[in-house]
Write a new protein. Structure first.
Length: 458
């Protein structure tokens, strides 16, 4: 059964409270009424309310505190404020405090019902958007992130949650694990998605340039500063700033960054004007920042400011179940980009890739696939299309079982095993089928049939 919409009315004038409550009940809503803010907070904690219609002393402190508490504890609830003194300023202020609509008394019940209706439609849309995002994530990989291993699913969850806030995120992980992609996903899922996503690689610039790059400079700040220049913080205003390789940020710039995080304010190099920005910060590091702190190369206070929400991307070798989906994803994407017809990757090649430890993580897998497809003669990627490092470990035994056991249905697993095992026996007998059939304990005819049906190359 569809849940009925629950509305709470907070109104200290008994007669008005009854009129509003009555009108809402008549429309079929579940209504809870109360006369005090204090009681409202208690009731809100007990019932799940969709819309709150409240007459509070706004913008007096008491009213503002009430709204802030609501925004913090019930961020999804829609709030309609009654009886704000109707000035544009106080309405704007109320909106800032999370209020969705303001009604100045006296107002007709029709007007109230219209507003309630609009907010309910808005809420339904928000719910739809969340589930749409989830579906998009499943089909194409979450924000471009492919792989559904338990550890990645957990990370998608964190990304989804944190994207709905402005909290600073610190992404750590080995090279090529997808740190930048994760930062991108957070931005794209946030409501800053239409504002700029600005990236700075802290390892790529010398100390002096980095400071002006981040904070900008005034005209004449140094020789060669012929005009004023806005820094990346300003360029990222209302959007997201991604500081990559934050572990390489020089100590002098760390101090300045700390201040921005504390006060959201800074001055351009060589300037006095204080600039305020609204920027969501995401940082990434492949260094262990705790080690850097011990070495005296990273400020501890800055670390705690940055590490509000940590996301640690596991190396590919710790989420082997993602390897095959990634292979398929890259095979499709790269062959399309290069305009080449690629049917897929042979089981033997997949086995080798599955076994490989990928020190360069997903970037390395992507490069391997790119190279293989660029040089591919036929339409199937085979072991000989893979780099030596990957091929060489084929010499070790039983890798086929390791992969098959985790990922395949029995019938398919048996076929893969049969194929590779028959191939091994044929290799050992130098292609002599009679001998191979004998070892395998099957007839020559049967062996021929298997060679054909399993597409075994001899
Ligand atoms: N889960 C994933 N699904 C699909 N592609 C991925 C995934 N993770 C990473 N990639 C791809 O791998 C490459 C490396 O990813 P990215 O640049 O985000 O890694 P990084 O951790 O920032 O690496 P580095 O530390 O070297 O800068 C990119 O081309 C990216 O598109
Ligand atoms: Mg990177």
């Amino acid at each position: 059964m569809k849940k009925r919409t629950k509305i709470m009315v907070v109104e200290n004038d008994l007669a008005t409270k009854n009129v509003i409550g009555g009108a809402l009940v008549a429309e079929g809503y579940d209504v809870v009424t109360t006369e005090t803010q204090k009681e409202a907070l208690t009731l809100l904690a007990e019932a799940s309310i969709d819309i709150l219609v409240a007459d509070i002393n706004f913008p007096k402190t008491e009213g503002v505190n009430f709204l802030r508490e609501i925004k913090q504890s019930f961020p999804e609830m829609k709030v309609i404020l009654m009886s704000v003194n109707g000035s544009a300023d106080s309405i704007a202020y109320a909106m800032q405090e999370g209020v969705c609509d303001c009604l100045t008394k006296p107002f007709s019940m029709n007007k109230l019902l219209l507003v309630v209706n609009r907010l309910l439609r808005m809420r339904a849309l928000e719910v739809e958007n969340v589930s749409l995002r989830k579906r998009v994530g499943e089909q194409y990989g979450f924000g471009g992130l492919v792989g559904r291993s338990p550890r990645m699913l957990q990370i998608y969850d964190t990304i989804e949650t944190v994207s709905q806030t402005d909290a600073t995120v610190l992404i750590s992980g080995e090279s090529g694990t997808g740190k930048e992609l994760a930062a991108n996903a957070i931005h794209l899922l946030s409501n800053r998605k239409n504002a700029p996503f600005v990236k700075v690689n802290c390892a790529a610039l010398p100390e002096t340039l980095l400071e002006t790059e981040l904070f900008g400079h005034e005209r004449g700040a140094f020789t060669g500063a012929i005009r004023q220049r806005r820094g990346r913080f300003e360029l990222a205003d209302t959007g997201t700033l991604f500081l990559d390789e934050i572990g390489d940020l020089p100590l002098s710039v760390q101090v300045k960054l700390l201040r921005v995080l504390q006060e959201r304010q800074f001055e351009r190099v060589g300037g006095n004007e204080t600039i305020s920005v609204d920027v969501r910060l995401i940082c990434a590091t492949l260094k262990d920042l705790k080690n850097e702190i011990q070495r005296g190369a990273f400020r501890e206070d800055l670390y705690y400011r940055l590490n509000v929400v940590p996301i640690s991307l596991p190396p590919l070798k710790e989420r082997k179940e993602d390897i095959l989906p990634l292979i398929d994803y890259f095979a499709t994407r790269i062959s399309k980009k290069m305009g080449k017809k690629v049917k897929g990757v042979s089981e033997e090649a997949k086995t080798l890739l599955y076994k490989y430890p990928f020190p360069g993580n997903i970037r390395e897998l992507e490069n391997i696939m790119e190279r293989a497809i660029a040089l591919l003669k036929g339409d199937m990627i085979k072991p000989e299309d893979l780099p030596d490092d990957v091929r060489d470990q084929g010499k070790s035994q039983s890798i086929v079982c390791e992969r098959i056991m985790e990922l395949k249905q029995l019938g398919e697993a048996v076929s893969i095993f049969e194929k590779e095992y028959i191939q091994n026996v044929l290799k050992a007998t130098k292609g002599k089928k009679g001998q191979a059939a004998e070892i395998l304990g099957i007839s020559r005819k049967n062996l021929w049939e298997k060679i054909k049906s399993l597409e075994i190359e001899i």
